[in-house]
Design a protein. Structure first.
Length: 161
């Protein structure tokens, strides 16, 4: 039985922030539009949890790089692009989680600023979702030649023509 390595861990964990933020967005918007405090709080708690999950995703990236960079067809350029976006994605996701936490506290205290911070959280979440998807796209290009910028996979078989 194979033991999970850090590259596998990175690949498994990285889906949680991306999918999580995308799934929470409509619930957060719904809660704000209908002023539903229960759904709002659940959405905010989810965003805070997602921000914490992003930390091990980022930290496992370096170990994943050590494994993947030795594989054939892997370009350092794609790794570096992914790594640079990952720093930004981590920072933005943590900021979104922090604002979500502040919004949650304000909602518990019954503050009138709760709604304003809720919309700030929504906008940050939209931006975060986009950055996470872009980061994932850069990461995918490391091993998936079919999605690279030139649109060409590595040629395996020579044409007989």
């Amino acid at each position: 039985m194979d033991i999970v390595n850090v590259a596998h861990l990175h690949l498994v964990l990285n889906h949680f922030p991306i999918i999580g933020v995308i799934l929470v967005l409509p619930w957060l918007a719904f809660a704000l539009l209908l002023k539903n405090i229960s759904i709002l709080r659940a959405s905010l708690i989810t965003l805070v949890a997602i921000s914490f999950i992003t930390i091990p995703v980022y930290l496992s990236g370096e170990g994943a790089e050590d494994i993947v960079e030795k594989l054939p067809g892997v370009s350092e350029t794609y790794i570096e692009s992914h790594e640079e976006m990952a720093v930004f994605a981590l920072s933005l996701t943590l900021a979104t989680g922090f604002i979500a936490f502040i919004t949650l506290v304000l909602s518990i205290k019954g503050s009138e600023k709760n709604r304003t911070f809720g919309f700030i959280t929504l906008v940050l979440s939209l931006i975060t979702a986009g950055v996470l998807v872009l980061t994932a796209n850069y990461g995918g290009k490391i091993r998936h030649t079919e999605i690279r910028d030139n649109g060409q996979a590595i040629k395996i078989y020579e044409d007989d023509d």
